[in-house]
Design a protein around this ligand. Structure first.
Ligand SMILES: Cc1cc2nc3c(=O)[nH]c(=O)nc-3n(C[C@H](O)[C@H](O)[C@H](O)COP(=O)(O)OP(=O)(O)OC[C@H]3O[C@@H](n4cnc5c(N)ncnc54)[C@H](O)[C@@H]3O)c2cc1C
Length: 266
């Protein structure tokens, strides 16, 4: 593990100030990605300091605000799973949270961490795309479809903290993760779909979690078979240790067919 300075801000204002003024600083939420990377020494350049945002009250909680559901960036998956508001208004996100790791990871992992880590296989990310989530930072709001800019790259500036994620109320989204096992598996394909408005969002099939725009256009026309055919051209899967590109294409089409026949819980 690298030698790093540990910073523990008292509130959001303090955190923003420390993040802006400490060179080589990285936010630390649940640590389920960051601590693994620190141990493996895979971060380039290696961070010189970590800013612990886990206990900041401004980054916690699930609440309704301005006609949206707002989830704090450092709220844990367990907190989301247990929230009555999340169960009622964003059941697909609750379903995704339930598939992440096991209880230990759900107790520590956060939405802010999943977003900033920006893995193409991040399980909440297609769900957030299907909800048209807005990423609220310490200085602006970023529509989720502008957030992922490249492989593990985001629109966040070097000293920008994610504070919360907002989603509209009443959107019907369905979710399905395909992995090697029923639990504790990294996604081979992860999909979230809304019928109205048409949103088809998929992870693990390109360098970023993406919206399948051709499939969405077909769905807007009410053309389900067209959407299932088009989705194969929307994605850019690769062969890797978890599966082949051909497998991911077929699974994506099968999952989309299945999700389009599901009646959402809302
Ligand atoms: C055993 C195991 C199983 C896992 N299973 C899954 C799985 O099934 N699905 C899945 O998607 N992921 C999985 N993960 C990955 C991880 O748990 C998630 O990505 C989690 O959401 C990360 O959140 P965190 O709070 O732990 O992030 P951290 O590790 O604290 O941080 C991750 C990154 O986000 C940055 N960051 C954190 N908070 C903020 C913020 N507020 N503002 C700006 N940047 C921030 C950090 O600097 C770091 O770069 C697993 C990890 C482990 C170790």
């Amino acid at each position: 593990m690298h030698d790093v300075t540990y910073l523990r801000p008292t509130d959001l204002k303090d955190a923003v100030q420390l993040y802006r003024t400490t060179p080589g600083c990285r936010p630390l939420a649940g640590g389920t990605d960051l601590i693994v990377m620190l141990h493996a020494r895979t971060l380039r350049p290696p961070p010189r300091a970590v800013l612990d945002v886990w206990s900041l009250l401004e980054l916690k909680g699930v609440r309704r605000t301005q006609g949206m559901l707002e989830i704090g960036a450092a709220e844990s998956y367990t907190g989301i799973i247990r929230s009555r508001d999340a169960q009622e208004h964003v059941p697909a996100l609750v379903a995704a949270a339930r598939t992440i790791g096991a209880a230990q990871i759900q107790n520590r992992g956060t939405l802010g961490g999943n977003l900033a880590n920006a893995s193409p296989a991040g399980d909440t990310l297609p769900v957030l795309l299907a909800y048209d989530a807005v990423v609220v930072t310490d200085r602006r709001s970023i529509p989720i479809d502008q957030f992922f800019t490249g492989y593990r790259k985001t629109a966040l500036q070097a000293d920008e903290l994610i504070v919360a994620v907002r989603m509209p109320l009443g959107r019907r989204v369905v979710f399905r993760k395909v992995g090697t096992r029923a639990a504790q598996a990294i996604s081979k394909v992860v999909t979230a779909v809304s019928r109205s408005p048409a949103r088809v969002a998929i992870g693990s099939v390109a360098e970023v979690p993406l919206r399948a725009r051709r499939a969405e256009a077909a769905l807007e026309r009410g053309d389900m078979e067209g959407a299932i055919a088009a989705v194969a051209d929307d994605i850019r899967p690769i062969d890797d240790v978890r599966s082949t590109a051909a497998y991911r294409r077929t699974v994506t089409q099968n999952v989309l067919r299945e999700l389009l026949s599901v009646k959402p819980a809302l």
